[in-house]
Design a protein. Structure first.
Ligand SMILES: [Ca+2]
Length: 225
């Protein structure tokens, strides 16, 4: 792997603090149904300890601490560096649902926010729509990250965890996960195409150049827009 190229790609990707996600601090309506509660939850990699069971992300309990040595009512990922190998957290509704809002709440341990960067993708019938994430969050300092997006109809979403504030960029935590039904009809047609390859899987010069070119285009569009 070309280390300098990977570093450049990381910096370029970090600069793409896209505005597709609006972080809000207001609470969700009390009567809104959290679709994640009845969904099948699957994480690609998890910390193998009962206190961090995946069911904790939908138990309605948000971690109250700010800086302690353990995080109650959370799920946690493993020791892999998220920057090289993003961790996919999949929420499968079992049938198509119209959605337009997701709330991901993390926690802070040892004064390190345990999730700061993630993308959200929708399933497009036969594969993920990797072309256009539903939401993009970068360098968040909010523990409760609420994202609204154009309504889509999908049977599952993938939350791709990309980074946190730990120096070793691992052990991401989710304290609570909420996904809400859209009030209106779907306004965007999803297109299957697959999730973007993580940097660790870009092995050839052509793949690295293609990713660099993609990021340059996105950077140029952001600077001009
Ligand atoms: Ca919880």
């Amino acid at each position: 792997m070309n280390v300098s190229m990977r570093c450049w790609l990381r910096v370029a990707a970090a600069g793409l603090a896209l505005s597709s996600c609006v972080l809000l601090s207001d609470a969700c309506p009390a009567d809104a149904e959290n679709l994640a509660r009845s969904a099948k939850l699957t994480a690609a990699r998890s910390l193998s300890a009962e206190p961090y069971a995946i069911a904790h992300v939908v138990d309605g309990k948000v971690t109250a601490n700010e800086d302690i040595q353990s995080c109650e009512s959370c799920w946690a990922g493993d020791a892999t560096d998220l920057r090289d190998d993003p961790l996919d957290f999949v929420v499968d509704f079992g049938r198509p649902r119209g959605i337009d809002r997701i709330v991901v709440t993390t926690c802070r341990l040892k004064n390190q926010q345990r999730l700061t960067d993630f993308d959200v993708y929708a399933w497009a019938g036969t594969d993920w729509d990797g072309h256009q994430p539903l939401a993009v969050v970068r360098r968040s300092r909010e523990l409760r990250m609420e994202c609204r997006f154009e309504p889509v109809e999908t049977s599952k979403v993938c939350i791709r965890l990309l980074d946190n504030a730990r120096p070793t960029h691992n052990f991401p935590h989710i304290s609570e996960l909420e996904i809400f039904a859209a009030e209106g009809p779907a306004g965007r047609q999803l297109k299957p195409g697959g999730l973007p390859k993580p940097l660790s899987e870009l092995s050839t010069a052509d793949e690295l150049e293609a990713e660099a070119a993609r990021l340059r285009r996105l950077l140029d569009a952001k600077k001009s827009g």
